[in-house]
Design a protein around this ligand. Structure first.
Ligand code: PMP
Length: 353
């Protein structure tokens, strides 16, 4: 703490990012990246554009990318907002749409950035407990509120919500903005993107970091009716004139258009997840039902921290959260089949020790 800090900085609890190791050959199952490379068409777009045009500023409105996203979801370009990762889109949403006189609601077990942004932007938030099975009970959100944010599937549990429940939530709260954070939606969940035209209070946020394998480029987007998108733009234009760089815009446009690459990749990850779940259960892990590119699992024999340390010694990175209710769990990102096999054999070794 320093006497020079503003009062808000003293109160912040910054987000702690997962480890990005400098050691080569680690099996990296800790930050939910995609184990397969991005679409070759996205890589070609970057190579083709890496020339002296980089001296020019990018399109500040990312029009071509927004048009491509709009076409994929059957929306207009004015109903699409893009940002530097969905983290930045979320940050703008917290300022532009989630800060009201009445509180913001989100689950008590969820993405850690929600509490960080609430503190940063002075949003009064109420954490609504998930049930004993770590499921979100949408009926518990039936209380006075200014806004709601829920990830579907939830993180770090991986548990998905049915679209009928989300629709009921939207209808029950016509005066509150409902943000559905769909970072992991492409691995088996039901997207709310198709509800955007019906519900003026719905904002859907997605990312190209997971199912499109472009985490390194930082691209996220939001879908919503014009007034919601305009609010995000007002905040963005008061903060940064160029949210996405030239290469990111081009690669993202090519990645969104490559449906064949996307379909194959997400199907592979879902299949690998299902076999990893079976293998973990055979080792007596309790695995929460996942619709994401990770699983959340615990074992009676050891704490999450002990497993994380023992796996790290064996060259495998997974994530553990020292938080109430979930400290005995491990979050394991779905890797290639070879990486999953290395994980399972390391777990066998640890359990036999
Ligand atoms: N939402 C959730 C629920 C996440 O887990 C993540 C990934 N850490 C994000 C948003 C942000 O992803 P990105 O900024 O890479 O788009």
């Amino acid at each position: 703490m320093s006497q020079y800090w503003s009062p808000i900085v003293s109160k912040l609890r910054p987000y702690v990012a997962g480890e990005q190791p400098r050691i080569a050959n680690m099996v990296k199952l800790n930050t939910n990246e995609n184990p397969y490379g991005p679409s070759p068409k996205a890589l070609a777009a970057i190579r083709e554009a890496a020339d002296d045009r980089l001296r020019l500023y990018p399109d500040p409105s990312a029009t071509e990318l927004r048009e491509t996203i709009a076409a994929r979801f059957g929306l207009t370009v004015e109903e699409v907002f893009v940002g530097n990762g969905s983290d930045e889109v979320l940050a703008h949403a917290f300022q532009a749409l989630l800060n009201h006189e009445r509180p913001l609601l989100y689950p008590d077990v969820t993405y850690a950035f929600y509490s960080t942004y609430s503190l940063l932007y002075g949003v009064e938030a109420i954490e609504v407990p998930v049930d004993d099975g770590f499921q979100i009970r949408l009926a518990d959100y039936d209380r006075p509120c200014g806004a709601i944010i829920i990830p579907n599937p939830n993180a770090p549990t991986g548990i998905g919500l049915p679209l009928t429940g989300i629709e009921a939530l939207l209808a029950a709260h016509p005066d509150a903005v409902v943000v559905i954070d769909e970072a992991y939606i492409d691995f088996g969940g039901e997207s709310a993107a198709g509800l955007v035209s019906t519900y003026p209070n719905l904002l859907v946020i997605q990312t190209l970091s997971k199912s499109r394998s472009l985490a390194g480029l930082r691209i996220g987007f939001a879908l919503g009716q014009r007034p919601l998108i305009e609010a995000l733009e007002r905040v963005k234009d008061s903060f940064n004139s160029y949210p996405l760089d030239r290469l990111a815009q081009l690669a993202a446009t090519a990645a969104i258009k490559d449906e064949a690459w996307f379909e194959t990749g997400r199907r592979n990850i879902i299949a690998s997840r299902e076999s990893l779940v079976r293998e973990l259960e055979a080792l007596d892990f309790e695995v929460l039902p996942s619709q994401a590119n990770f699983v959340f699992a615990r074992h009676q024999s050891r704490s999450g921290a002990a497993f994380q340390a023992a796996l790290r010694e064996r060259g495998i990175l997974v994530r553990h959260f020292a938080k109430p209710r979930i400290s005995d769990f491990l979050r394991i990102s779905i890797g290639t089949d070879e990486e999953c096999a290395r994980l399972v054999s390391a777990l066998n070794e640890i359990l036999a020790a």
